[in-house]
Design a protein around this ligand. Structure first.
Ligand SMILES: [Zn+2]
Length: 484
């Protein structure tokens, strides 16, 4: 995700390694598959869906129950974890408070099912018999997603319909079992393993759908449009709908980049930033493995949000923030989408790297007007301002980076510790080991972990052979010992 930056208002301070099979470009049979059929009702603002889930047991254990995160249920009235903080409520709920939900209406081919978890956020499906490693089982989940009127990942905005997290998604599997993720408002509370997707969306004909997937077929009948999309080796799938989209496209390295926008007087520049950054990151880190990339301008209360092969960019950003956010969200295709990490407990790992990759792109492409020195200075000044304010208010500051999303006091602390300190960490590392070792470490990190979820140790491991005491280096940052 990207918060809206304060380039000028820097001092605005008031305010487990998880096992997944390696991926192949043509899809991997040894992973799970989501087959979704969903119908959008514009009047009711509901998405009625059927998920045929083909589970592949890629773990070392027998599995008796499957667990799915129901992120859509965080928008219901009375949720324990509100999906939006008080700070962003006015920006998110443009027409006043509004609620949604994700209701499970049935599960077939199972021994029973319940919706529970810390915040009615987890569907548990009891299987008829245990599934052993490398075996498969198919279940069918029926659900109704009701959308709130909200500028957020899942919601109806003034001009678009954001369909992030629109289906029950299997919880990632760790050494402790399936990881349940309540919808913390700080950061991106999502963790899922890669799977193959086939999604059919039935929408009013007037809508254009921006999608994570490649359009395989489309049929129009009686004012409705049915579109089938596919995507291989992806850890999520999202759509944005609008009847107001304009679309421009460009092909780069065989990838079709589509820019969907509602109002952008510099649309061609925005598309170029998306295309050039995709090209740069592919050359610098490793191949982009999806056939398309949808960059989508939409109603959103933060700067932007990443999904595999789709990024949401908030409408109404000024031109600097717009370009910066497009590049930052594109960087997440490498650090989050292709190389996953634990976004719940180590948010700095993908956010710090996305920020630093953005810096690297602008350093190579000075025409956008950003410099390495300028970006590092902005991050450092902002971090120091945060440190100073918190120190004055509380007498001490928690600057640890290896903590859970719910352990941050709010977005201000979260932004500074994950984005700004994360960026400073990678810049300090680069200064210490040199450009060559830094770049080869990142290439190695991508190569070893593409389509997996990489632990922080695995990230450290990719730099460790460069000779310096890097374990101590990383710990001094993540445990909050270093003074910046
Ligand atoms: Zn981000």
């Amino acid at each position: 995700m990207k918060k809206i930056l304060c380039f000028i208002l820097v001092i605005c301070a008031a305010a487990a390694s998880l096992a997944v099979s390696a991926c192949a470009k043509d899809g991997n049979k040894s992973i799970s598959a989501y087959n979704v059929f969903a119908i959008y009702d514009e009047e009711a603002q509901t998405l009625t869906g059927t998920l045929n889930f083909d589970y592949y047991n890629g773990t070392q254990n027998e599995i008796k129950d499957l667990k799915f995160n129901l992120y859509g249920n965080a928008f219901r009235e009375g949720a324990t974890y509100a999906p939006v903080s008080k700070t962003y409520e006015n920006k998110a709920y443009y027409g006043g408070k509004s609620y949604g939900s994700m209701e499970i209406t049935g599960v077939e081919n199972c021994a029973g099912w319940t919706v529970a978890g810390e915040d009615q956020n987890v569907l548990t499906v009891n299987l008829i018999e245990p599934i052993y490693p490398e075996q498969r089982v198919q279940i069918t989940i029926s659900y109704i997603l009701t959308l709130a009127k909200v500028n957020h990942r899942t919601g109806v905005t003034k001009t678009t319909v954001n369909l992030g997290n629109f289906y029950p998604i299997l919880c990632a599997y760790s050494a402790e079992g399936f990881v349940e993720c309540p919808y913390y408002y700080c950061g991106d509370p999502f963790l899922s393993d890669c799977a193959n997707y086939s999604v059919t969306l039935d929408i009013p004909e007037k809508y254009t759908a921006a999608s994570s997937g490649k359009l395989e077929s489309e049929s129009v009948n009686d004012g409705r449009k049915k579109c089938l999309y596919t995507l291989k080796n992806a850890r999520d799938f999202a759509f944005v709908l609008s009847d107001k989209f304009e679309v421009i496209s460009e092909n780069v390295n065989g990838v079709t980049v589509n820019y969907y926008y509602v109002a952008d007087t510099n649309a061609q520049v925005s598309l170029s930033a998306a295309v050039e950054s995709l090209k740069y990151f592919s050359e610098t880190f490793g191949d982009y493995i999806y056939p398309t990339l949808s960059v989508v301008q939409t109603g959103f209360c933060y700067g932007g949000m990443e999904y595999p092969a789709l990024t949401m960019i908030a409408d109404g950003l000024d031109s600097d923030n717009n370009i910066y956010t497009i590049v930052h969200e594109n960087a997440h295709q490498w650090w989050y989408a292709m190389v996953g990490s634990d976004q719940i407990n180590n948010a700095w790992q993908d956010e710090g790297l996305a920020e630093y990759s953005t810096l690297m792109f602008f350093e190579k492409n000075p025409s956008y007007g950003f410099t390495r020195t300028g970006i590092v200075k902005t991050a450092t000044n902002s971090y120091r301002a945060f440190f100073s304010v918190y120190n004055q208010l509380n007498g001490s500051v928690d600057t640890s980076m290896n903590r859970k999303l719910c352990d941050y006091s709010g977005e201000f602390e979260y932004n500074n510790v994950t984005y700004n300190k994360g960026l400073i960490l990678f810049d300090t590392l680069r200064n210490s080991i040199g450009d060559e070792k830094f770049l080869s470490g990142l290439k190695n990190y991508y190569k070893k972990n593409v389509c997996k979820i990489a632990s922080a140790d695995e990230l450290y491991g990719c730099f460790i052979k460069s000779g310096t005491d890097l374990e101590g280096f990383f710990q001094s940052f993540t445990e909050g010992k270093i003074l910046i």
